[in-house]
Write a protein that binds this ligand. Structure first.
Ligand code: HEM
Length: 420
């Protein structure tokens, strides 16, 4: 059956298992383990009213993400969760996340270098370190307690993506509000359009200014690269591209950081090991993304009649890949629920896999590693300020994680004095 538009759901179908942070704060709902063992490709009714094939085994999830010819991105990534993300809606101008093939590559080719070229990453490092140190100085001046998510992680990742695209920190409200609308499950299409309007208007002005006077930022370089190609970007495409970068580029990283530090604070053995061996920070980052990334899952759409894990799937059917469940598949990652700094994380799917794999993964790795290393070094007494059970979690969103992480400390060492 073609699932390209919303249907009223099918009574009697399994409801999509939703995150249950109170039961398992760092892993998928327990039903996912049962499904992986007993019904690894199964039909579910999603909260948005669509039905989809839920895929929970590592090998199957990787196969779907890795084959963009059989599994199109046309439905958008969150058709199962967000009321505004009707999989049947037309693809908007510049909405590259829902494109396939050559249409998609036209965008990826020009955005990719901005967020993954060694030169860009080298320039990002000192800028991110500066923001991290400034935020810790501000926390030291204000004194404990503070919210690690809103007072540290969000400002750091916001400044990083804003700086990268070329949007000053003072203008962050524009993309914060847009992101809140994009990632909230109940936002309607009309509400989304209203929420995006100020950001689009602002970015339209920025595109005009950068066309007239290019700066040292991603937007200026994307304009130049597009202009030098056979098919230059329209202003609207440039606005849409920048908007996606800004909206997708801060909360995911901030949430993994706050959620990951929460996991570490809850595991004194692993925390002590990391404190005594800071060279393990990159491994810790990778393990946090494996443990926590992709918790909301991603939708694809079958482009032809096919099979997944031996189950027939019809052209047009929606396929929901449970990335976090795949990364908790014990056949791939033994004792998957455990944050284990010494495990092999190669092949984890936390940043996705295949054609649409996360654009920003290298920048996210840099932000997470610098933030984690600096927190451990400058705040040796970092601790939760409330009992673990009192941490609230975001659930009605595509960016699942703690809503707040209240923390306290005895002392925040000055940046210069905390030896590296
Ligand atoms: C820890 C942080 C992050 C995680 C866990 C994460 C996860 C993901 C995943 C799983 C996808 C795949 C979507 C798909 O296959 O349809 C994705 C795509 C994407 N990510 Fe990230 N991401 C993170 C950080 C970032 C950052 C910092 C940026 C911006 C610099 C970014 C920009 C994007 C964009 C633009 C896409 C869409 C790619 C496409 O559809 O082609 N992400 N991300």
């Amino acid at each position: 059956m073609d699932q390209s538009t919303r249907d009223p759901g099918s009574p009697g179908l399994l409801d999509l298992p939703m995150p249950k942070p109170a039961e398992c704060p760092f892993g998928p709902a327990p039903e996912f383990a049962r499904l992986r063992a007993e019904a690894p490709v199964t039909r579910v009714a999603c909260p948005t009213g669509v039905t989809a094939w839920l895929v929970t085994r590592y090998a199957d999830v990787r196969e779907v993400l890795g084959d963009s010819e059989r599994f199109s991105s046309r439905s958008g990534q969150v058709a199962h969760l967000m009321a505004h993300a009707d999989p049947g809606r037309p693809v908007g101008e510049g909405e590259f996340t829902r494109m396939d093939g050559a249409d998609y590559q036209r965008f990826r080719r020009h955005i990719g270098p901005e967020v993954s070229a060694p030169k860009r990453l080298a320039a990002l490092r000192p800028a991110v370190q500066k923001v991290i140190d400034e935020r810790l100085d501000a926390l030291a001046a204000a004194g404990p307690p503070a919210d690690l998510y809103w007072d540290f992680a969000i400002p750091v990742t916001t400044a990083a993506i804003g700086g990268l695209v070329g949007v000053p920190y003072a203008d962050r409200e524009l993309f914060h509000k847009a992101a809140a609308a994009v990632f909230t499950g109940t936002t309607s299409q009309a509400e989304l359009a209203t929420a995006l309007q100020p950001l689009y208007q602002y970015l339209f002005g920025l595109v005009q200014r950068r066309r007239a006077e290019p700066g040292d930022d991603a937007l200026s370089r994307m304009i130049a690269r597009g202009d030098a190609s056979d098919e230059p970007f329209t202003d609207f495409e440039l606005v849409a591209m920048s908007a996606v970068m800004l909206v997708a580029g801060f909360d995911n990283t901030a949430t993994v950081l706050a959620h990951g530090v929460l996991a570490l604070l809850g595991d004194p053995g692993q925390l002590a090991r990391l404190r005594s061996a800071p060279e393990l920070v990159p491994a810790a980052v990778e393990e946090m993304v494996r443990l926590l990334g992709g918790a909301a899952g991603i939708t694809r759409q079958a482009a032809e009649d096919t099979t997944i894990g031996g189950r027939p799937v019809a052209k047009g059917d929606l396929v929901l890949v449970a990335i976090q469940a795949a990364d908790h598949d014990p056949s791939m990652f033994p004792n998957p629920e455990r944050l284990d700094l010494d495990r092999r994380t190669d092949g984890h799917l936390g940043f996705g896999y295949g054609t649409h794999q996360c654009f920003g993964q290298q920048t996210a790795r840099i932000e997470l590693a610098l933030a984690l290393e600096t927190l451990l070094r400058r705040v040796p007494s970092l601790a939760l300020a409330v009992p673990f059970e009192e941490i609230p979690f975001k659930t009605d969103t595509a960016v699942i994680g703690p809503e707040r992480v209240p923390v306290t400390w005895d002392e925040i060492l000055p940046a210069g004095e905390a030896a590296r």
